[in-house]
Design a protein around this ligand. Structure first.
Ligand code: LLP
Length: 431
């Protein structure tokens, strides 16, 4: 693989020198190439337009939820899916049109639902019986007829890590189909005048590499509605399209997943003599994952003869928990000279006090020096979004680059930020 470089042999990201970025903004640093994000958003849209089917591409913002990304999504005319009051707040702060938001989640609170209805969130994807009840009350109080979808757990197991597989029957998400709970929810929702029930939703999992699960899911949702004698306006098949983290991952192009879903639903609409429903997809990782990378400064190393070389960097599980949590694999390049011949295989570790604090399990690299910049690739999804302050490390900054320009979109946390919410303990006790 040949990486884009400039005349100094430095890695470039969106035509910007990665070493300059590290110097200007410090490390660790999340860097996103916005043109890649736009490209993927447009590619998803183009497939539906080419096939001339009604659709909504809704960015699953849990993958990376900052004001800047909601603004890019809005510029590109795509919707966004949120899963918390915090994501809703961020989207609204970004100026995102609430009508273009959908709200997923298995335990939305009364407060979250109240604000969502008040602010005019377009679609609430109802997950369970309690939510049907409280959302109905909230909508009635506010005199709103709320558009909803029902989230179904379809009983489809996707071939992915158990913790990110959500479609199987033993899942906390959605109304169970096999035991009739979904039909019961449908009956309640249809009768409730506070709701405008528009369709069904099911998400089968994440980082999925083949189309069969998506085809099965789309077919199942259509067949389910048909079996209830109902023509839904929307079929939402969720997200989960896999991306490349290492050369071992072989994802399909977006078009294959989307085309398989479109084909299946066109077939079902014809079979059931339906008006073509809107097809909704919720890609998160595939939109932001490949567009992001994290720059780190290389520090200490530990060489255990005949066993392993550990190379430590100035970040770790606080900015990317995925290797520790899911044994996720990544690749990294030496940003000072990414195309230099490799000389050793190292394990890239972080600076956190845990043995599992690894960023890259196995990486061939040229010889490196302390102070060199390492870029871990494809960290754009579920990196910053899952970042923590473990060991009281501040969370890194986020920079967007596009066409040779760069802009800070999330400032680096400071030590002062870390104690900003702490209070002194002053209780007086007798002991
Ligand atoms: N829609 C729903 C209802 C979801 O639950 C998810 C992801 C998505 C869409 C987006 O899936 P994507 O296209 O990003 O695969 N933290 C894990 C991933 C958890 C995904 C949860 N739901 C990770 O780092 O791999």
């Amino acid at each position: 693989m040949k990486y884009s470089t400039n005349t100094s042999q430095h890695l470039t990201i969106g035509h910007v020198d990665a070493i300059d970025l590290a110097q200007s903004y410090g490390t660790p640093l999340y860097v996103y190439d916005v043109s890649k994000i736009r490209h993927t958003m447009r590619a998803f849209k183009a497939i539906f337009e080419k096939e001339n089917v009604p659709y909504v591409v809704s960015y699953a913002s849990k993958a990376f939820a900052t004001k800047a990304i909601y603004q890019v999504a809005q510029q590109e005319g795509i919707h966004a899916d949120i899963v918390s009051g915090g994501e809703l707040y961020t989207a609204l702060k970004a100026g995102f049109d609430p009508k273009h938001l959908s709200f997923n989640g298995n335990n939305k609170s009364w407060d979250e639902l109240t604000v969502a209805v008040e602010k005019g969130v377009g679609t609430i994807i109802v997950d369970n019986f309690l939510e049907l009840q409280i959302l109905s009350e909230i909508a009635a109080q506010q005199n709103v007829k709320q558009d909803i979808l029902l989230r179904i757990s379809p009983g489809i197991s996707a071939h992915t890590h158990e913790f990110i597989s959500t479609g199987q029957q033993d899942s906390k998400f959605g109304f169970d189909l096999l035991t009739g709970q979904a039909k019961k929810a449908y009956d309640i929702a249809q009768k409730d005048e506070n709701f405008n029930l528009r369709g069904l939703h099911a998400h089968i999992g994440s980082q999925i590499f083949d189309v069969t699960g998506f085809e099965k899911n789309a077919a199942l949702l259509a067949e389910t509605a048909q079996s209830w004698g109902w023509q839904p306006a929307v079929i939402n098949v969720g997200g989960g399209f896999g991306i490349q983290y290492t050369s071992e991952d072989e994802p399909l192009p977006e078009s294959e997943y989307a085309n398989a879903i479109i084909r299946t639903l066109k077939g079902k609409a014809a079979e059931f003599d339906w008006k073509m429903p809107e097809i909704w997809i919720e890609p998160g990782r595939s939109i932001v994952g490949p567009a992001g990378q994290t720059l780190y400064t290389i520090g200490s190393r530990k060489d255990i003869p005949d066993l392993r070389h550990y190379l430590a960097v100035d970040g770790g599980m606080g900015d990317n928990i995925r290797p520790a949590l899911y044994e996720a694999n990544y690749s990294a390049v030496l940003a000072n000279n990414p195309n230099a011949p490799t000389e050793e295989v190292v394990r890239v570790a972080g600076k956190y006090c845990e043995s599992g604090d690894v960023l890259v399990w196995q990486q061939a690299l040229p010889k490196t020096q302390p102070g060199d910049i390492l870029s871990v690739l494809a960290t754009g999804a579920y990196g910053y979004a899952m970042a923590s302050n473990y060991n009281r490390n501040p969370r890194p900054a986020v920079v967007f680059v596009e066409e040779g320009k760069h802009q800070l979109v999330v400032a680096r946390e400071t030590y002062a930020n870390l104690t900003a919410l702490d209070k002194d303990y002053t209780l007086e006790t007798t002991s």
